[in-house]
Write a protein that binds this ligand. Structure first.
Ligand code: UD1
Length: 425
C-alpha cells in the first residue's frame, strides 16, 4: 500500500490545468446506457470511480474505448440490466444506473448501497421517485429490483435537494410517457451538466439549475459528443492549498462561476483571487483570518470542500465555526487534524476550530476522499513531514494528486509503505 509523504512549508507556485469533474462524468456515463449510437465524451478524468463505472458498462454489454481523456461508449447492444454486488460495493454512484436501465429496459436490479463514513446515505428519495414514476420495487436480501412498463410522467417533490436523487430521477423521466415535474431539486452544476448532455442526445429538459425541472419524455435518445465541465472541487482544493501555503498559483481551464461560495470565503480569509474567464490567480496571505463556514446545497458552500477548508482554518488567526448541514457525520478528518496539532472541538454537526500558530507533520490516515484532501492541505502547510495512509480514498477523486502538486512545487511523493518505514496501528 502506498503512502503519501509531504514535507510541508513550501509555497505552491506555478500553473495547473483542471480536468473534468468526476461527479459530472459519473451520471453522464450512467446516462449513456439509454442512448443508441456512440457517445464521445471529452474530459473524462482517469480515476478509480470512473474505472468502476466503465466496468459496470462493460458488464451490461456496452462497448467502451478510452483515448486519453476521451471516452467512446456504445450502449446500442446492452443485454443485461443488473449491477453486480462486487461493483456496487466499490462505488455508491452505481445507484445512478437505476434510472437509466429502468427507463430503457423496464427493469433493473442493484444491490442496496450501505452507509459510509460520512453518514448513512439512504436511497429513499430515489426509490420514492421511481415508485411515483410507476416502478414496482422489491427490496429483498440486500438487493433492489425495480420493474415497470413504460414509466409515466408525474410530479415529484424532494424532501431535500439531493444531488443523486435529482440526477437519477431526471434520467428516469427523460424516457417516460408525458411530462414530469421535479420540485425542490438540487441545483449543482453537475446536475446542469447531466441535463445538458441528455439534451444533446435528444432529451427535452427545462429548468436544470433552478428549483423546478420539467421533463417531457421522448421515445429514444441518440449518441452525442459532449465535454464534461471542469472539476470545481479539485479547483477548490488547489485554491485552498495555495491559500494555506502562502502560495501564488494560476489555474487554467476552471469555471470560477461554480465556486462563488468558496471564492467569497477565501477572500474573507485574506486570500487574493483574480478571475479572467476560465482562469484564476490565487495568492495566499501572510496570515490567514478565520471565516465562518456553513455547508449547504449549491450555491451554498460545498460540503465536499468543508474538510480541506477546516485544515486551512486550523492555522488561521482566530476561531472558526464550521457547521455541516448536508451530511450528518462528515467530521471524521478531525481526529487526524488534531494529531497534527490542530485545536478542534466537535459537537454534533458543528465544530469549533481555534487557529494555532503552526501544524506539525504526523503520520495520519485518510478515511474518506475529501477528508484525505484535508490531510493533504494540512501536510502542505505543516512544519516537518506528514505521511498519509489510505491513499485509495484520494485516488477515487484526484487524478495523479502527487504529480499535480509536484508540478506546483510541493515537496510530495508517493512511496511504498515499507520504504516509508511504518504501518499504521
Ligand atoms: C453527491 C456527490 C457528493 C457530494 C453530495 C452533496 C456525486 C457522485 N457525489 O452525493 O460528492 O458530497 O452530492 O453535494 O455526485 N439523502 C437522503 N435520501 C436519499 C438521498 C440523499 O436522505 O435518497 C440525504 C443524504 O444522506 C445526505 C443529503 O441527502 O444527507 C444529501 O445527499 P445527496 O445530495 O444525495 O448526495 P449524493 O448525491 O450521494
Amino acid at each position: 500500500m502506498d503512502v503519501l509523504e509531504i514535507r510541508g512549508g513550501r509555497p505552491l507556485e506555478g500553473t495547473t490545468r483542471v480536468y473534468g469533474a468526476k461527479n459530472a462524468a459519473l451520471p453522464i456515463l450512467a446516462a449513456t446506457v439509454m442512448t443508441e449510437g456512440t457517445c464521445e465524451l471529452f474530459e473524462v478524468p482517469n480515476l478509480e470511480d470512473i474505472h468502476v463505472m466503465l466496468d459496470i458498462l462493460r458488464h451490461l454489454g456496452a462497448g467502451v474505448k478510452r483515448l486519453g481523456q476521451t471516452l467512446y461508449i456504445d450502449a446500442s447492444h446492452i443485454t443485461k440490466t443488473d449491477v453486480p454486488l462486487h461493483l456496487m460495493r466499490k462505488m455508491r454512484s452505481s445507484i445512478f444506473l437505476m434510472g437509466p436501465l429502468l427507463a430503457r429496459f423496464g427493469e433493473v436490479t442493484v444491490s442496496k448501497p450501505g452507509g459510509c463514513v460520512i453518514g448513512q446515505r439512504p436511497i429513499d428519495y430515489h426509490l420514492r421517485g421511481m415508485r411515483l414514476l410507476g416502478a414496482v420495487i422489491q427490496e429483498q436480501h440486500g438487493t433492489v429490483n425495480c420493474v415497470s412498463n413504460r414509466l409515466k410522467g408525474t410530479s415529484i417533490t424532494l424532501d431535500f435537494p439531493s444531488v443523486g436523487a435529482t440526477e437519477n430521477l431526471i434520467m428516469a423521466a427523460v424516457l417516460a410517457d408525458g411530462e414530469t415535474v421535479l420540485e425542490n431539486v438540487a441545483r449543482e452544476p453537475e446536475v446542469v451538466d447531466l441535463a445538458n448532455f441528455l439534451k444533446t442526445c435528444g432529451a427535452q429538459i427545462e429548468g436544470a439549475g433552478e428549483d423546478t425541472i420539467r421533463i417531457r419524455g421522448v421515445h429514444h435518445l441518440k449518441g452525442s459528443t459532449y465535454r464534461v465541465i471542469p472539476d470545481r472541487i479539485v479547483t477548490g482544493t488547489w485554491m485552498i492549498a495555495a491559500a494555506a501555503t502562502q502560495g501564488s498559483i494560476h489555474i487554467e481551464g476552471c469555471e470560477p462561476l461554480h465556486l462563488g461560495a468558496l471564492i467569497s470565503k477565501l477572500r474573507d480569509a485574506g486570500t487574493k483571487i483574480d478571475i479572467d474567464g476560465d482562469q484564476m490567480w490565487v495568492r495566499g496571505p501572510k496570515q490567514l483570518k478565520a471565516a465562518e463556514i456553513r455547508t449547504a446545497p449549491y450555491p451554498g458552500f460545498p460540503t465536499d470542500l468543508q474538510a480541506p477548508m477546516m485544515a486551512l482554518m486550523a492555522a488561521a488567526h482566530g476561531s472558526t465555526f464550521i457547521r455541516e448541514d448536508v451530511f450528518e457525520a462528515r467530521f471524521k478528518h478531525v481526529g487526524e487534524l488534531i494529531r497534527m496539532g490542530a485545536d478542534i472541538r466537535v459537537d454534533g454537526r458543528t465544530s469549533l476550530i481555534r487557529g494555532v500558530e503552526q501544524l506539525s507533520g504526523a503520520e495520519v490516515e485518510a478515511t474518506d476522499l475529501r477528508g484525505g484532501a484535508a490531510l493533504v492541505v494540512a501536510g502542505l502547510l505543516a512544519e516537518g513531514t506528514t505521511k498519509i495512509h489510505g491513499l485509495h480514498h484520494l485516488d477515487r477523486g484526484y487524478q495523479q494528486l502527487d504529480t499535480y502538486l509536484r508540478d506546483l512545487q510541493a515537496d510530495i511523493r508517493r512511496v511504498e509503505s515499507e520504504e516509508a518505514g511504518m504501518s499504521m496501528p
